[in-house]
Write a protein that binds this ligand. Structure first.
Ligand code: PAF
Length: 282
């Protein structure tokens, strides 16, 4: 596996490739990322992964400085998963001059859900992904559905900027107790780690209720929120949305997604479950 740090070397290494599959990451990788590489291998070759902690997508009071940088371990994991090339640029190489031109995601998407408490986050994500797509020029790119709203932002970016990239979604990997794998799980102390699956359990209980016929989504999300707050979480949002559009569910919705973001101590966790809405019995 090649590890490349400069834009010039990357362009040379990928010149002439026409079936590149790409997995963008911020490093601190876990088995969920390895599964995205495995999925990418089914869609193209070479498989390229990027490792770049993107300053543009972190707010001033967020964890950019303490976000773990673990390049050697990440490269070992990527090599074991069958990745062919790692692009790990320095911030100065990816953003060589002050970035005066950026992507602006529409308010309706950028200020919703995670965006409500992370202003500018999705603009930063869309900007770096557009840059990475221009550099790697992949035919396929794989994104985990754990970041469900990000996946929607990227799909809109590709569609609205006419990018010739096929976006493939990877399923969320979970620990045996249900906790979604996340680079931020490493921030949890032992006691928090024991309680962390409560977010998934709360979402799963909501989904079960809908599968059993509950249709008062406002009441359901309020109950889920209260339940988590009483369990000592600080809930950012609990929401039910149309999984295909991320809009509020309407009469035409056939797939829904229940999403949540909540703080456990100093760690903000997100999770979601998407599912088919059972047809109404007549
Ligand atoms: O999901 C991530 O790890 C990041 O948001 C991404 C897509 C690599 C952009 O920095």
């Amino acid at each position: 596996m090649q590890v490349i740090q400069t834009v010039a070397e990357l362009r040379t290494a990928l010149a002439g490739q026409t079936r590149t599959a790409f997995v963008p990451t911020m490093g601190n990788l876990h088995a969920g990322h390895a599964s995205l590489v495995t999925l990418a291998k089914q869609h193209g070759t070479p498989v390229v992964a990027s490792i770049f902690v993107n300053p543009l997508q972190f707010g001033a009071d967020e964890d950019y400085a303490r976000y773990p940088r673990s390049l050697d371990a990440d490269c070992e994991r990527l090599a074991a998963a069958g990745c062919d090339l790692v692009f790990a640029p320095a911030a100065a190489d990816l953003y060589p001059v002050p970035q005066t031109t950026t992507v602006r995601v529409a308010e309706s998407l950028a200020s919703d859900l995670c965006g409500a408490s992370r202003p500018g986050h999705f603009d930063g994500v869309a900007t770096v992904v557009l840059k990475l797509f221009n550099l790697v020029q992949p035919q396929v790119a794989v994104f985990g559905k754990k970041d469900f709203q990000q996946w929607h932002v990227i799909r809109a970016l590709v569609q609205q900027f006419n990018l010739p990239v096929n976006i493939v979604a990877g399923v969320t990997l979970r620990d045996a107790d249900g906790l979604a794998l996340s680079s931020r799980n490493g921030y949890l102390d032992a006691a928090e780690r024991l309680r962390a699956p409560q977010l998934y359990q709360a979402l799963a209980a909501g989904v079960d209720a809908i599968q059993a016929g509950e249709r008062d989504y406002a009441q359901l999300t309020a109950t889920t929120r209260r339940h988590l707050n009483m369990a000592g979480w600080r809930v950012d949002y609990i929401a039910l949305r149309d999984a295909d559009t991320l809009a509020e569910p309407g009469p035409a919705s056939t797939r829904l997604v229940m999403l949540g973001a909540a703080w456990l101590g100093r760690t903000r966790l997100i999770d979601n479950i998407d599912f088919d809405l059972p047809a109404c019995k007549s």
